[in-house]
Each structure stands twice: as structure tokens, then as C-alpha cells.
Write a protein that binds this ligand. Structure first.
Ligand code: SF4
Length: 69
């Protein structure tokens, strides 16, 4: 898994405080994302179905942040 160097963990966490999305909600966002190509994120190269399950992960373009739940 790769991490976006342009977003700090603090920024991703700040964004997520307003959202605190579940993995299913994250996945729904990824499914509708223009950067999703056949299940892989074109921004970070991750398989999104796995990435959304990893609580500390964040969308590299700020659509969702790390989960605290
Ligand atoms: S992680 Fe972000 S950029 Fe990548 S597919 Fe999901 S919503 Fe899109």
C-alpha cells in the first residue's frame, strides 16, 4: 500500500472527524470515484476493497479519512 505524501495524517484525521465513515461508506465513495479503475485506485495504486478496511488509511485526494471506530 502506498501513502499520499501530500496529505498529512493530521489533515486526514481532521477531515474524518466530520465524516467518521464506516468501511462500507468508504467503499461506496470509492465505487463512485472517477479515480477507481476496475477496483484499483489510480491515485495510490491500492485495491480499494482492501484499503477501505484499513482504519488508518485515507483517500489520497481527501474523499475520506482514517477511521476512529
Ligand atoms: S481512495 Fe479516494 S481517490 Fe482512490 S478510488 Fe477511493 S475515493 Fe477515489
Amino acid at each position: 500500500m502506498q501513502f499520499d505524501p501530500n496529505i498529512t495524517p493530521e489533515e486526514a484525521m481532521r477531515r474524518d472527524e466530520a465524516q467518521n465513515l464506516t468501511s462500507q461508506e468508504r467503499y461506496t465513495i470509492c465505487q463512485g470515484c472517477e479515480r477507481n479503475f476496475m477496483g484499483a485506485c489510480r491515485e495510490c495504486g491500492c485495491i480499494v476493497s482492501l484499503k477501505v478496511l484499513w482504519k488508518s488509511q485515507a483517500c489520497p485526494i481527501g474523499k475520506w479519512g482514517p477511521s476512529s471506530s
